[in-house]
Ligand binder design. Sequence first.
Ligand code: NAP
Length: 259
Amino acid sequence: MDLKIKDKVFIISGGSKGIGEGITRTIVAESGIPVIATRSDEATIRISEELTRNSMKHHYVIGDLRDPENCKKVINETVEKFGRIDGIVNNAGVNDSIDLEAGPEAFRKSIDLNLFHYYDLVHYALPLLKKSKGSIVNISSKVALTGQGGTSGYAAAKGAQLALTREWAAALLKYSIRVNAIIPAEVMTPLYRKWLDMFENPDQKESEIKSKIPLGHRMTTIEEIASMVVFLLSPKSSHTTGQIIAVDGGYVHLDRSLT
Ligand code: NAP
């Protein structure tokens, strides 16, 4: 299927590692133009060099998205370079294990790390998204629906992202801007690896988790998440908005007797 995103411009926060890298690469494979907004400089420069070698149009902005000025810079540089924005993928996030014991200051920092930049990027891009009738995809987490234990800040931020998905879908109907969310559950990325390695026996933990994933008893691949995201960015999903889609092999929603 041709997703019809040739030369369309998409901003991907955290777009050079894990799920974000997969989204960037899928956009490139469909001849779209990715703009990576991240603090991960080495990974970003590596991808940028590869894309340049292959003459693929792209751009990146290195900086911490907790700073709203940096979010503004991402939008301004994208417009200066390409003159348009066709979509935003809010993806950057960290499951930072800030729990009930951690205290008010740590909780606020966790929300800062995981939530405010989702709003800030969309806020600064809004005039451009109105022009292009763009698409927004928020990457949330199963934690928003199931809890995990020991991660109050991340859970609150991920839940808020789902609420904002519906709120923005309603608010932006009049501009034909679509807003959807993806719920990943178990995807092997640098972030997931770090989390798994906190357990005494990471291999055993990984096998336990896989055994409970109904479809194929395996983790979701980065590419499987990215394909859904880029479909939602594209005009091929032109009547889909306000949706919260779990791409997780049935992990969150299917009958437990199946695991
Ligand atoms: P990842 O491998 O750590 O990649 C995330 C990227 O975003 C990293 O490059 C990270 O930089 C960057 N980033 C994080 N906070 C940032 C900030 N404030 N400013 C700029 N860049 C920032 O993570 P992932 O597993 O692909 O996760 C991507 C998204 O999927 C997250 O929203 C996560 O909550 C969600 N998710 C993932 C899973 C999973 O199984 N992997 C499950 C549910 C939800 P650093 O490397 O410096 O942190």
